[in-house]
Design a protein around this ligand. Structure first.
Ligand code: ATP
Ligand code: MG
Ligand code: FE
Length: 344
């Protein structure tokens, strides 16, 4: 099926067009620059930016795909989870298109879109599989049995998302926003073993209740304390060592629990997605540990790991092909949409 997908859950306005697993267009406009001076995504600012960007993105996507909108079989849109005011902009545009073109509307789960997008790069995913999704807004381990409707969350962060931890640590080191790429680069010059930062929720007692959950707020506090103590004592802060040691702690716990989850589920494929999938150490360590455990690692190209419209379009194509019922035209945005709900 030919599907147009709209994504507006955070700070990216995305419009993608796919035919089955073939990517025809993927236009993304990000408002990240407008959030820099606030050190994080400001919901109100993101909503306004979506309103400005959505129609131009739609026009560019249509032109690049070389199709007429009347040809599409369905309109897919992120209906959650995400920022309420951001989601409603994409939903309003998608509903207007669905009504004007008289095509079915599918309100889809953003997290599942991060998994589905790999179909565009590597074809069908072996089922069941596991997925590790890491971004500025979420950190989740999923058990995927059917991408169009049978997914459970095995674990998630109980406080900060991994990307959020990068952004917060970057701010306290005075390195700006977004923090991921800067820390990743700086860490390359540091010693990852210089400072033993804590690995959240890996103590025996935590494993009992939170085996596959993550926690990064304690790590952030530990980095903050370590740096403050140094500064107070008038000592120089070895920035590269702090960055490398922090990055090692994040990658270590993310990958250890992901491999443990595959073993627990008895799956031999894991997908890595979300903006933090760009992190060099996370990728390197996950490659190492999955290879050692005989697990196949699937990772979409970096440009498809961050939020985009194609991920929603390709999930839409899967959902249409599976014969799922379209969403009602009165669906709302669901900022806390559970991963078990693929189609609203
Ligand atoms: P959502 O959570 O809805 O997916 P988002 O905008 O918060 O949206 P993404 O756009 O997927 O998330 O990714 C942005 C996040 O990824 C930021 O927190 C950024 O710091 C982090 N990031 C980007 N590159 C890297 C990197 N090389 N290493 C670590 N983190 C990174
Ligand atoms: Mg983003
Ligand atoms: Fe996302």
């Amino acid at each position: 099926p030919l599907v147009l997908g709209i994504e507006s859950s955070c700070d990216e306005t995305g419009v993608g067009i796919v035919r089955g697993h073939e990517l025809l267009a993927n236009e993304v406009a990000s408002s990240v620059e407008e959030h820099v001076r606030f050190g994080g995504v400001v919901p109100e600012v993101a909503s306004r930016a979506h309103l400005q960007a959505i129609v131009p993105a739609l026009q560019r996507a249509q032109a690049n795909a070389g199709i007429d909108l009347s040809e599409v079989d369905a309109i897919a849109v992120t209906s959650g989870p995400g920022l309420m005011g951001a989601l409603v902009v994409g939903l309003a545009a998608a509903k207007a298109l669905a009504v004007a073109l008289n095509k079915p509307l599918y309100g889809l789960n953003h997290l599942v879109g991060h998994v589905a997008v790999d179909l565009l790069d590597h074809g069908p995913l072996p089922m069941p599989c596991a997925a590790l999704l890491v971004s500025g807004g979420h950190t989740s381990l999923l058990h995927v049995r059917d991408i169009t409707g049978d997914i459970t969350e095995l674990g998630a962060t109980i406080d900060d998302a991994a990307g959020e931890a990068y952004d917060k640590v970057s701010r306290l080191l005075g390195l700006g926003y977004p923090g991921g790429p800067v820390i990743d680069k700086l860490a390359a010059e540091g010693n990852p073993k210089a400072i033993a930062f804590p690995r959240g929720l890996t103590a025996q007692k935590d494993l009992v209740n939170h085996r596959f959950d993550y926690s990064f707020s304690g790590l952030k506090t530990a980095v903050s304390r370590w740096v403050e103590t140094r500064r107070r004592d008038g000592q120089e802060v070895p920035m590269a060592d702090v960055a490398a040691s922090f990055q090692e702690a994040v990658a270590d716990v993310l990958t250890a629990k992901a491999v443990d989850a595959c073993d627990y589920l008895g799956v031999d494929t894991i997908l890595l997605g979300g903006g933090v999938a760009a992190n060099s150490r996370l990728r390197g360590l996950l490659e190492e540990r999955t290879a050692a455990a005989g697990i196949t690692l699937r990772r979409p190209r970096p440009g498809l790991c961050t939020d985009n419209g194609a991920m929603i379009a390709v999930l839409g194509a899967e959902v249409v092909a599976a014969g799922r019922r379209p969403s009602s035209l009165d669906i709302g945005a669901d900022s806390g949409m559970p991963v078990g709900t693929v189609v609203a």
